[in-house]
Ligand binder design. Sequence first.
Ligand SMILES: [Fe+2]
Ligand SMILES: [Fe+2]
Length: 161
Amino acid sequence: MRLISSSDWNAFLSCLDGLLDTPQVQSMRSLPHHPGVNCYEHSVFVAYVAFRLGRRWGLDYRACARGGLLHDLYLYDCRDRTAHPGNQCLDHPVFALRNACALTHLSKLERNIILAHMWPLALHLPRSKEAWTVSLADKFCATVEVFQLFKRLKLRAVLAA
Ligand SMILES: [Fe+2]
Ligand SMILES: [Fe+2]
């Protein structure tokens, strides 16, 4: 049984404007994120959950999907203490935003989605329902991943694009 219908998946993909196939986004496959989940898988998971929530709640679901996909585009191994000198929790949204802006044009809404996704652990406040939605989706997906449910529910295959 497929958990995601092909029409939902195609609607999701159409929001991403080909970003999924860019070398920058694909390179997240080589970056570990949570146990057994790489940064690409986490980002697609967050993007899809945020897309579904945003669509259900009548929000800008395209911004939810794009912001969700790019929210962790910091592009270094977070286990490597030499990758950057600061605090990973506080700093990685800033690196993600810089890389995302270099990759594609982002609306003000999308920029805040990326910058504020770590609230309240980081200081940037979500300034829209879409930013709150992605932040919520990120925490939900992280919880699923940390508790190994991503593997048990075989979400890698479900979210394979
Ligand atoms: Fe993050
Ligand atoms: Fe995340």
